[in-house]
Design a protein around this ligand. Sequence first.
Ligand code: BQZ
Length: 690
Amino acid sequence: MTVIARRAAIAALLISVSASAVSAEMAATTTPPEAPKFDAQTEPVYVTRSDIYEYKALPSYSEPAWVTAFVDAGKLPPVAERLPKEPLVYKTANMPDGPGVYGDVMRHVIGGRPEGWNFWAGQSYGWGGIDIGLVECLTRTGPLFTVKAEDLQPMPNLAKSWEWSEDGKTLTIHLIEGAKWSDGDPFDTEDIDFYWNDVILDPEVTPLMGAAEATYNNAKLEITDAYTFNLTFDTAFPESVLYNMAYGNFCPGPSHILKPKHPKHGGESYEAFQKAFPSDMMNFPVMGAWAVVEHRPDDIVVLRRNPYYWKVDETGQQLPYLDEMHYRLSTWGDRDVQAVAGTGDFSNLEQAENYVESLKKAADPASPARLAFGPRTIGYSLYPNLSGNGWGEPDARAQAVRELNRNLDFRKAISYAMDRQRLGESLVKGPFTTPYAGGIYAGTPYYDAASTAFFPYSVDSAKEALKAAGLEDTDGNGFVNLAGGDDLNVTLLTQSDYTTDKNLSEGVVAMMADAGVKVTLNALTGKDFDNARDSGTYDWIMFRNGAELITVVQNTSALAPTGPTTDLNHRANGAGKLDLLPYEEEMVKTVNAFMGSRDPAERLELMKTYQKLYTENLDGIGLTAYPGALIVNKRFANIPAGAPIFMYNWAEDNIIRERVFVPADQQIDAELHPNTLPGELGGAGPVAAN
Ligand code: BQZ
């Protein structure tokens, strides 16, 4: 060998040695970087739940004058007969602007589309607050952002009160008495019985939200009388179950309408049951403040006040104050644009790409809208599908990816490959975004930095981790190969309705390519995305996290695969089997212990254990977190200070829309069906008094 060749060989050896010496170690995990300071612009006024409302009879009640015309025409009973014995009474002292006046409309803009009204058989109403307003639930959690820590419990709603037995294994629930559906039919335990036996417990029926059968700890339900029922549990005091009776989970439907269409009660089939109330069928009975009276596809959904709504203010005015509600059927991005322009009235500013423009517009004193940032509770994670036993029926390629997903070194490679700072800045520059390790969000009650493992950006470490997972680029084309020689090819499921989801996903594709892994996007819209997510037909998914990683007490069972369908990225296969990894078994034990504990100190420790398990094992790969901003038109009154766009629920629930009003001198003339009420189910829509 010539001298030159020898020197070259030595140099190459030195480089390879130094390279392998340099990359022999993956970068050590750290705690997450300090988030740039970003104070929420407004703080809530902290109160107890009973400061907000109570249930009691008032000496007299009133209604909009145009509704009295229906009573005078014999089309409606007097308002006192339309209300429960003890209506839910919102307290004046908790109303930022006091009792309101009737009239006007809130004009929402949304990116979803209503499929039909059978929420209980899985039909979407299009999100954006439609379902939150139409389906009321046993308890309520949205407004809990204003509740003092020492009183933090779900708020009563259709369930007026509850108590536990001595041994904590029986929960007795008392419904509000005398409330009625928007068509006048009584709300009572007939509705509970149908919801429990013919929705929750019927394996052929899948509600739109919530892994119901696992959120009630396999409880047994027993009806006692028209307004009382018991739930009995195997374990004592599973208090988290009351959180899982809020929006999305225990929101009974109108059994007098649903039951006849259910196959167990004479209905034709499960498919016919699901499709029995199509989105062009008007006046579907609700417990919510407004009912649907018009739906112009891809244009607008219009709702009119529910004359039987079971809530009042302390002066006896039946709520809501607003007579009409609009949902303009557009895009989520357009919701921001219209809210700052004043052609729409509300937006959860959650797509960081729109922040600068929205802030600029809202900063103008003449701006029609108020914009207020809240805490950093919007965050995205990349979740590998962790099922190895067939959830989502993977083909050979997908199965090979899942085997890798179940390998911690492979998940470490993904995490090391993520330049989270750059991902965040690709959405918006400035103090908004912060690298997010995954798991419980920083700045929230159960977060503990010392229990949070953060894998810093390091392409070398990513490559080292891939090698440790048995993956190398054997054909030199820049992408690692599977044993059979093919390039590893991963699909990333992302929601195409949101610019943010697509931008982050494209960032992930580029960064994984730098690390040597080929990723291709599968961008789906709305229900298709939700269906792919829930059926497990994906390798990796880009997901905007749920409430459980913010408050921990909401949807707690979703923190781990505590049941066959509770977890986002690991659900049971067709045979109902969950092939949990050892750390997942530990997470399940920890979450179940948390749900069974009533000791605050113990609960804090359990969540430190959970956070360690989650972030050290990369159950999800956190990417970026940032604050959302609530944009509401300035004409609305009674908007609570510090309302986050998302915490225990979305702002459509948090701001308590039924007690929002517009002062008489600021009302606009935007009602499309003034002085009308919802008509008969299936009828042409709103009806006039005469
Ligand atoms: C808020 C929310 C109210 C669903 C939906 C949508 C669905 C998901 C999620 C959000 C929209 C808005 O979120 O983005 O700001 O108005 O409706 O429900 O993303 O695709 O399935 O979980 O809530």
